[in-house]
Design a protein around this ligand. Structure first.
Ligand code: MN
Ligand code: MN
Length: 286
């Protein structure tokens, strides 16, 4: 039998019933405030995934040996509160079926639905922005309100890579959450930050959300709200390698594929990194 490429994530070859991970895209960018187009990211990230070797040397594994399934793209409604509800439904179904949800955005607001479905003890997010507005441009489900809505589910919030927000947001983040700014990561080193993160989360369930703009826009320019002076792709990989074992859900959001493909290929790599890292951690505890 010849092999075929298709429009689904590369190597997502298992049947739904056998899959331990359920990938789905949410092509929604309805509350975008700067550049629109993150709705095109799920397709771009999947396409980029075909550029990658099946063998992952860090884990010494063949990715297709891990059973995961790509459900395709959610047919998203046009209003953010409705999309958040749709995501909550999909993630609840995946959890009922014993699968770890892996969501490809779309804009960051979709994370709210996943967190509501999973109710993790910790929310760990890499983001240039604090996303702590209670309401923005007429919606409490704007992509600038993600952390504010998540805080209604759990107050245990760790933000890594932030460098943009108003004075009041920074003050509140420092007071209420665990904030590691991009500057702090730069001066301390990511491993030192991650050791602190590990001590905080222990063995608790975590939801891990990667906003693509946590990475410096000079490295991955395909972003709706680009910010310089950020993290590197390797920094995010380190976060995933450290935190994946605790994760009950994962997403990669805010890619805007208007660059030469750098941002989507990094996203494809890091989604695979999550699946492999999580699967290897499970095997070690078996
Ligand atoms: Mn965000
Ligand atoms: Mn952001």
């Amino acid at each position: 039998m010849q092999s075929f490429s298709n429009t689904l994530f590369a190597d997502a070859d298992s049947a739904y019933l056998d899959a331990e991970y359920g990938i789905f895209g949410v092509p929604f960018d309805g509350t975008t405030s700067f550049k629109a187009g993150t709705r095109d990211a799920p397709a771009a990230v999947r396409q980029a995934s075909y550029n990658l070797e099946t063998y992952m040397p860090y884990y010494d594994l063949e990715l297709p040996d891990i059973p995961f399934y790509d459900m395709g793209d959610l047919y998203a409604e046009c209003l953010p509160d409705l999309v958040v509800g749709q995501v909550e439904d999909v993630v609840s179904d995946l959890v009922k079926d014993g699968k770890i949800p892996v969501m490809i955005g779309g804009e960051h607001s979709i994370t709210i639905g996943a967190v509501r479905a999973l109710r993790p003890v910790w929310y760990v997010v890499c983001d240039a922005h604090l996303d702590m507005q209670d309401e923005y441009r007429g919606s409490r489900f704007n992509h600038d309100c993600v952390t504010a809505r998540v805080s209604e589910v759990t107050g245990n919030i760790i933000i890594i890579g932030a460098r943009s927000g108003c004075k009041e947001e920074f003050a509140r983040a420092r007071e209420n959450y665990h904030l590691f700014t991009a500057d702090e990561v730069q001066s301390r080193g990511m491993q030192s930050v991650l050791n602190e993160v590990s001590d905080l989360i222990g063995d608790d369930p975590v939801y891990l959300s990667i906003d693509a703009d946590s990475i410096d826009c000079c490295l991955t320019p395909g972003l709706g709200t680009p910010e310089p002076f950020g993290l590197t792709p390797a920094d995010i990989r380190d976060v995933i390698r450290k935190v994946a074992k605790n994760a009950v859900g994962f997403d990669y959001v805010e890619v805007l594929p208007n660059d030469s493909g750098q941002t989507a290929i990094v996203a494809a790599h890091l989604i695979r990194e999550f699946i492999a890292g999580h699967a290897c951690a499970l095997k070690q505890t078996d």
